[in-house]
Design a protein around this ligand. Structure first.
Ligand SMILES: *Cc1c(COP(=O)(O)O)cnc(C)c1O
Length: 399
């Protein structure tokens, strides 16, 4: 049973854990592979694989057929190399302090968004006597990094000149979509059109990139319904959220998309007590019990990455020998604790099994979906999983 980890992990083995189901990662990669066919699948494992653990997720994704790994920082890429991962690896966001020499020594492919990073990469390659594998990034509308359309021709010309000098080889061209999670918006088609023209300009400038990549998870999942799926999927895709089994689309669940949520965050109820009507709960006393009830203490808070603003978030509680219940967090979420109102008195009786019960914030199966926490916090599922802190032990199953 994917919802019951007790066979693998004895209660108390870890008091707070994010259980990471690597079998689900592999299933999600297989699902994405169905959608993209033979195209290059770049598994995006930045930010410690959105909080899931970059090394373990990378290994699982590669085992399941991902072709390449994508991270943002060179430091993230170097950490994967140190862990012994030798798959093709791309890092795309740099500063003037980025250690390009270390990146080249570790055979990391580099995104370049403009003249300064292209020149710095070429200089580092010249010093090392190697040829840097570069992916040029063009801003087709998102307005973040990537070359402007105006600077693009000059960047292409400079890249071609550097190629002739042997310091770089442009192996890829990429861009990023602004509203891929709203596939009906016209800006998607505009970005696709611009990107196609930018790639054509690169070829005209004499570059021969083999990997052209635009799509993220929402674009990959919705490409089949696009006017021109080819212009969206290109020759490769960069998929992050989908690896983790989560939906980027407001009106589709993981299950609707054929994905399995990978992370389950759980702890154990640390205290259960009977209170009278009028009892206030947590800092500010914003919540006052209207009638006699039982409160259950969940020993996690914002230091564990549970957003402080997420009062109302659900917790599924599994009392020993009883039926599981889903209760909502009441009152303010503190640094280390939050409180559930179980809704009736008498549940502190040890026979009811609430003290020590497994308490799941979110996960797969019958557990609350992470989207319920995102809604309670006014944010997106990406942020909830990514911010689960290092105080919460990652426990890997399904390896
Ligand atoms: C994070 C990121 C991705 C992955 O986005 P998902 O929606 O998680 O698939 C792809 N490309 C770039 C440039 C990114 O920064």
């Amino acid at each position: 049973m994917p919802t019951d980890f007790s066979p693998q992990i004895a209660p108390g083995a870890s008091e707070r854990m994010a259980v990471i189901d690597l079998a689900a990662v592999r299933a999600n990669v297989a699902r994405i592979r169905q959608l993209v066919g033979e195209r290059t699948l770049i598994a995006v494992v930045k930010a410690d694989a959105y909080g899931h653990g970059a090394v373990e997720v990378s290994r699982a994704a590669l085992t399941a057929g991902a072709d390449m790994l994508g991270v943002v920082h060179v430091r993230e890429a170097l950490a994967l190399r140190r862990a012994g991962i030798d798959a093709p690896l791309l890092a795309w966001l740099h500063t003037l302090n980025t250690d390009f020499s270390a990146a080249l020594a570790a055979d990391i492919e580099l995104g370049a968004s403009g003249r300064w990073d292209l020149e710095a990469i070429a200089d580092a390659a010249a010093s090392a006597g190697v040829t840097a594998r570069v992916h040029l990034k063009v801003d087709t509308g998102l307005g973040r990094n990537g070359s402007t359309e105006e600077d693009w021709p000059a960047l292409l010309a400079r890249a071609r000149a550097l190629e002739e000098g042997g310091t770089i080889k442009v192996v890829g061209i990429f861009s990023h979509l602004a509203v891929a999670d709203e596939p009906e918006r016209a800006e998607n088609r505009e970005q696709m059109k611009r990107f196609a023209a930018d790639v054509a300009a690169a070829r005209q400038a004499g570059l021969t990139p083999s990997l052209i990549h635009l799509a993220n998870t929402p674009a990959t999942l919705t490409a089949a319904d696009a006017v021109s799926p080819e212009d969206l999927l290109c020759s490769g895709v960069r998929v992050g959220l989908g690896l983790y089994g989560l939906s980027p689309l407001a009106d589709e669940t993981s299950a609707d998309l054929g994905l399995e949520p990978v992370m389950t965050v759980q702890t154990f109820i640390a205290n259960v007590k009977e209170v009278r009507a009028g009892q206030g709960v947590s800092y500010g006393l914003n919540y006052v019990c209207e009638r006699p009830t039982t409160l259950a203490l969940v020993p996690m808070g914002y230091a564990d990455g549970v957003p402080r603003v997420a009062t109302g978030g659900p917790v599924r509680v599994y009392p020993a020998g009883g039926e599981p219940v889903t209760a909502r967090v009441v009152g303010r979420i503190a640094m280390d604790q939050m409180v559930l109102d179980l809704g009736e008195p008498g549940l502190s009786d040890p026979a009811r099994g609430f003290l020590g019960a497994r308490a799941v914030l979110f996960g797969n199966g019958e557990n609350p979906p992470v989207e319920d926490w995102a809604e309670a916090a006014g944010t997106i599922n990406y942020e909830i999983v990514t911010r689960i802190s290092q105080r919460v032990e990652r426990v890997y199953i399904g390896a």
